[in-house]
Every structure is written in structure tokens, then in C-alpha cells.
Design a protein around this ligand. Structure first.
Ligand code: SAH
Length: 245
């Protein structure tokens, strides 16, 4: 069994069950063979976001293809904290980073929110999904975050499910100590909102602050970049309300 502890974790789309053979995509095959230098019989772990995690062996599939033979389950499918992460899309590299970090923090759902100062090119949801998969392979979570279609902030607020408290990270909320503010929230479904690089406009901050389901928090006396704010806020929320408790 120890042979699997450091085994590479491979995300596959196919259903997983003992005895099944799953073909790799060309990119996966290339990675297994040429980067990890694995060959037939070598052990890896496979997961698909639905069926838990499985021991599997690298195998030849057909004449030229690489795949894996699924052996036995190592972990049952697991959920994670019920945290929705709402964010204004950022430019490429920072967005990639933010998606990776939010996935590592175990969020349930990624919700891009369009604000007045959002400056992002067209949002590539496929690219976002690829980053969640890469992060999941690396950090060991079995549930991939869902990715929602982008929505305007006003609409998000107008259609909000009030049973999910929304933690609004506000750099002008100096008096809102995050521990005190988060401790007022019952553990359960929660959402976290971080704004764009240029911040929220005053009218947006007012709209948010006036909602009964919104809790403002400060992330300290320094202005953080949005991708840093994401990590800081999700760490706090996980520690007080999520699965770090
Ligand atoms: N308005 C700022 C920059 C916004 S930083 C300016 O241009 O000067 C991007 C986002 O990160 C903000 O919208 C906020 O959600 C979050 N953020 C950054 N620093 C923060 C802090 N100290 N406390 C709470 N949220 C912060």
C-alpha cells in the first residue's frame, strides 16, 4: 500500500470501478510516460470527482495508447466545506493563480462576478476547469469545484439565497475584525466575495453593505492584490467556519 502514498493522482472523466480500463488523453499519456517516466504496471491513483479515489496501474491500451486499469478504492468520495467563492475575473496569470488557490482551499463553487471595474478579457471557463483539475490532482481533494457562468454583481445580489451568508472582503472595513465578524456566522453554507484589482465602486460597496445577508470583513491594514486577498479570506473562513476547525 505504501507504494501508493506518493503516487501520482490522475483526474479522469470516465466512471471508476474495479477492473475497468480507462484510456488516457494524449496529454495525460505523454505526462505519465515522458514526464513521470511511468510504464505498464506502475501504480497511480485515479479520481473523477464522483467515485472516490482508486488504485490503478498504468497499462497499454490497444496498440499504441496508454491507459490505466482500475484496481481498488482507496478513499470514498468526499465533499468539503460548503464555501462559494465569488470573485471579479482577473487577467490571465493572476486568475490562474486565484483559481488554483481557491481549489486548494476546497471551495465548492467558483462564481465569477462582473463588477464595474472588472477588466478581464473574455472569461475562458474551460481554462478555469483545467486549472481546478490540476490543483485537485496536486492537493488531494476528491471534489472539483463547480464553475458558474459569470453574472453581474447587481444580479448576483438581487437573486441571492439569503440562507447563505456572504462575506464581503472590504479594504475600507478597517473596524471589521475578521475573527469577530466571522464568529457571528453560524457554521454552514457560506460565500466569500473579493473584488477586482481596482476595487468596488462606492455604489457597489453601498449595495453590498446594505444587504442583510452580507458580513463585511477586513483583511488587515494593507491593500492586498485580489489574488492575495482570495487566499487570506479563504484561509480565515476555513479556519473559523470551514474544514480547518
Ligand atoms: N480599491 C483598491 C484595490 C482593491 S484590492 C485600490 O485600488 O486601491 C482587490 C480586492 O481585494 C478588494 O476589492 C477587496 O475585496 C480585497 N481586499 C484587498 N485588500 C483588502 C483588505 N485589506 N481588507 C479586505 N479586503 C481586501
Amino acid at each position: 500500500m505504501s507504494r501508493y502514498v506518493n503516487a501520482y493522482r490522475l483526474f479522469v472523466e470516465a466512471d471508476l470501478a474495479a477492473g475497468r480500463t480507462v484510456a488516457c488523453t494524449p496529454a495525460q499519456a505523454n505526462y505519465l510516460r515522458n514526464v513521470l517516466r511511468l510504464g505498464p504496471g506502475d501504480a497511480i491513483l485515479a479520481f473523477n470527482g464522483r467515485d472516490g479515489e482508486w488504485r490503478a496501474e498504468v497499462a497499454e491500451v490497444g496498440r499504441r495508447n496508454t491507459g490505466v486499469i482500475v484496481r481498488s478504492q482507496t478513499r470514498a468520495q468526499a465533499g468539503g466545506p460548503d464555501i462559494d467563492y465569488l470573485f471579479a475575473p482577473l487577467k490571465r496569470a493572476r486568475l490562474d493563480y486565484m483559481i488554483e488557490k481557491a481549489t486548494e482551499m476546497g471551495v465548492k463553487r467558483l462564481r465569477p462576478v462582473l463588477t464595474r471595474r472588472t477588466v478581464a478579457e473574455r472569461l475562458n471557463l474551460e481554462r478555469m476547469r483545467a486549472h481546478t483539475i490540476e490543483a485537485a490532482e496536486q492537493c488531494g481533494i476528491l471534489r472539483l469545484p463547480e464553475i458558474s457562468a459569470p453574472e453581474k454583481l447587481e444580479r448576483v445580489v438581487a437573486t441571492w439565497d439569503a440562507s447563505r451568508p456572504l462575506v464581503f472582503c472590504d479594504e475600507d472595513g478597517a473596524e471589521h475584525c475578521p475573527f469577530t465578524a466571522l464568529a457571528m456566522i453560524e457554521p454552514g453554507p457560506v460565500a466569500v466575495l473579493v473584488g477586482p484589482e481596482g476595487g468596488f465602486e462606492p455604489a457597489e460597496r453601498e449595495l453590498l453593505s446594505s444587504q442583510p445577508f452580507v458580513t463585511r470583513i477586513s483583511l488587515g491594514p494593507r491593500i492586498l492584490r485580489a489574488d492575495t486577498a482570495a487566499v487570506a479570506a479563504l484561509a480565515l473562513v476555513n479556519a473559523v467556519l470551514g474544514d480547518w476547525r
